[in-house]
Design a protein around this ligand. Structure first.
Ligand code: HEC
Ligand code: HEC
Length: 261
């Protein structure tokens, strides 16, 4: 299937070819392949126009062709390898690749959507094409739970050692070490779980009593819903395919967020 974005870029290339041989040679000698520029854009937080953004595309997506190593990073976003030949994106919610990317650029990175005619849209598209050898490629399921479950029943079986590995692979890249926040991606990124323990939801200053499992519940809510469902902030959600409930229970055990008996 040819995407509107690819069609537009193809037309653009042919148009410049008609300028004439001299212009073409001049262009070729200085030309950095669009895919290479796209790869750089995908690793650069300043693709977003937001001065407070710290994320690049690579903060949330695997981008390396080849087998993902077992025990390697767990990203909230789908693997971008083979992404151009999928029939749909965002669990079927997006039908155009540019829209799928722009959704991330706008909602996750606080940036401005790229127009189809923007050279950066073509460069990102060429880069994605260059890391998409499989054609066709199946859509990636993305199940977001509406109501987060109370994972207390899973707590007895939860494994803090597994939770440590999961935290390192799924959370540490943004949050740094628990409690100290050492190595976090940006100064405004929360320290887990300290900022929730001391935060306005679980430590209200108006004298009201927070729910017993407040920190646990906020943590589950953030993992499952991120900034969506009117929660706010910047964190991406993790689908049930990316992190199972049992895995989240392991992370909670590692963070010592046992259910209140
Ligand atoms: C803060 C995290 C985050 C950032 C930054 C981010 N994304 Fe995403 N992206 C997601 C999540 C979450 C999804 C939805 C889950 C999924 O991929 O299926 C997603 C989905 C996508 C999809 C659809 C994948 C599919 O097969 O369904 C594409 C394509 C994509 N992002 C490209 C980009 C590009 C390009 C950038 C940089 C401009 C970017 N993303 C930045 C989190 C992010
Ligand atoms: C792509 C970066 C990213 C990843 C990956 C990520 N987070 Fe976050 N998270 C953030 C940012 C940024 C915030 C602060 C803004 C917000 O609340 O959305 C945050 C907020 C939170 C909060 C709320 C803290 C508070 O202030 O009360 C919790 C809890 C949390 N994250 C837990 C996790 C856990 C556990 C994981 C791993 C399963 C994880 N996050 C993965 C970026 C990330």
């Amino acid at each position: 299937m040819r995407l509107p974005l690819r069609r537009a870029s193809g037309l653009g290339l042919r148009a410049s070819g008609r300028i004439g041989a001299v212009a073409l040679i001049a262009a070729c000698t200085t030309d950095v392949p669009a895919a290479k520029i796209g790869a750089e854009l995908a690793a650069d937080p300043s693709l977003s126009t937001s001065p407070v953004n710290v994320f690049s595309c690579a903060s949330c997506h695997a981008t390396t062709v080849g087998d993902v190593p077992a025990g390697g990073p767990i990203y909230p976003g789908a693997d971008l390898v083979d992404s151009t030949h999928r029939p749909s994106w965002w669990g079927g919610g997006e039908r155009r690749l540019l829209d799928a990317m722009n959704f991330c650029l706008v909602t996750m990175m606080g940036g401005t959507a790229l127009d189809e005619s923007d050279p950066r849209a073509r460069e990102l598209d060429e880069w994605l094409e260059s890391i998409s050898p499989d054609d066709p490629s199946p859509a990636i399921p993305f199940t977001v739970v509406l109501q987060t479950d109370d994972l207390a029943p899973l707590a007895a079986e939860a494994d803090a050692a597994s939770g440590r590995a999961l935290y390192r692979n799924a959370c540490r890249g943004c949050h740094g070490e628990p409690v100290t926040g050492e190595g976090k991606i940006g100064s405004k990124t929360s320290t887990v779980p300290t900022d929730t323990v001391d935060g306005p939801v679980c430590a209200p200053t108006d004298g009201s009593t927070p729910p017993a499992d407040c920190v646990r519940a906020v943590t589950v809510e953030k993992i499952r819903h991120g900034r969506f469902f009117d929660i706010g902030g910047l964190m991406p959600p993790f689908s049930t395919e990316t992190l199972s409930d049992a895995q989240i229970a392991d992370v909670l055990a590692y963070l010592k967020l046992d259910p209140v008996p």
